[in-house]
Design a protein around this ligand. Sequence first.
Ligand SMILES: Cc1ncc(COP(=O)(O)O)c(C=O)c1O
Length: 380
Amino acid sequence: MNLFDVYPINPINIVKGVGSLVYDDKGTEYLDLYGGHAVISIGHTNPHYVKRLEDQLHQIGFYSNSIEIPLQKQLAEKLGKVSGKEDYQLFLCNSGAEANENALKLASFYNGKKKIIAFRKAFHGRTSLAVAATDNPKIVAPVNETDNVIFLPWCNEAALEQAFAENEISSVIIEGIQGVGGIQVATESFLQKIRSLCDEHNAVFIADSVQCGYGRTGKFYSHDFAGVDADIYSMAKGMGNGFPIGAISISPKIKPAYGMLGTTFGGNHLACAAALAVLEEIEQNNLMQNTAEVGGYLIEELKKFEQVKEVRGRGLMIGIELPEELAHVRKELLNKHHIFTGEAKPNVVRLLPALNLTKAHADQFLTAFAAVLKSASVTA
Ligand SMILES: Cc1ncc(COP(=O)(O)O)c(C=O)c1O
């Protein structure tokens, strides 16, 4: 049997990881500024995480949601505290797409309406509604097509007002910082406008925090920079440091009913142990502060490079936009300097490292980046 060939793959076999470093099967060391796509939040094989998962595995790994799982309550309490939304309610699932799917569905259950506002270049996942709200026709199958989603230009208040005036809006879904879309930061005034229009029209404000959340920007949710609360926050990626877990954090104004949402695997013992270990590390080691400091430092230093078109982002979610002729930089960082980074089109290098990235590792990247740009200007 062959693998279903849907991924362009780097010919590298990573067999070990420690903190922000990973090693291939030949023993080559790589600096991981990609975090396996924003997933590794507290570092590879973090000792506290490994121990908590190992201990839990010796107790029980899984039982279904038909019984009490006190770890879920502990996780809800801890998440409420660390995220600063203690009166919100937690529903656990397994991935980012599933979190958004549940959020969009829940919004429609709540207000009985159908229309969703999403934004150009948005990415919300690959399940039915999530992909319909994703602005990439290539990944929307005919069966996913719906006229319930209205795509608006990014951060355009007039277009938003007009859409609300002309439609019965159920929800607005927005990433606080677009990830796949190229690290585009939503303006605070736009997020505030969404809040006020949702209040006015009894629509639900969904903050997709799958990539930009969980402390990555220096605040728990990147939407927090606007000083307004969303009604539902979706999360996944960094939540389990690699263990598959997703969730939605739901405003107290939305009331639950039996059967409204459900899942087989969501909230299992092992997943909760992983998520608790991540939150404990974030809390005990002030990782959001580290993210703000090391990320802020990187952003300021990157802005000093003349060849860089623009540096965008917050904390450790950084986009470096390069001119067309420097499109090879990412490959060179990987092949010559053994540094993993992410990408977004066109020509954006994406940095999504663990939240405990050290300044020394940030400097290692800056030195390598300078060397790649220098050799590019010599070649030109
Ligand atoms: C903003 C955002 N939302 C949702 C998703 C989907 O998450 P998952 O791949 O866990 O389903 C992603 C994944 O990249 C994402 O970046």
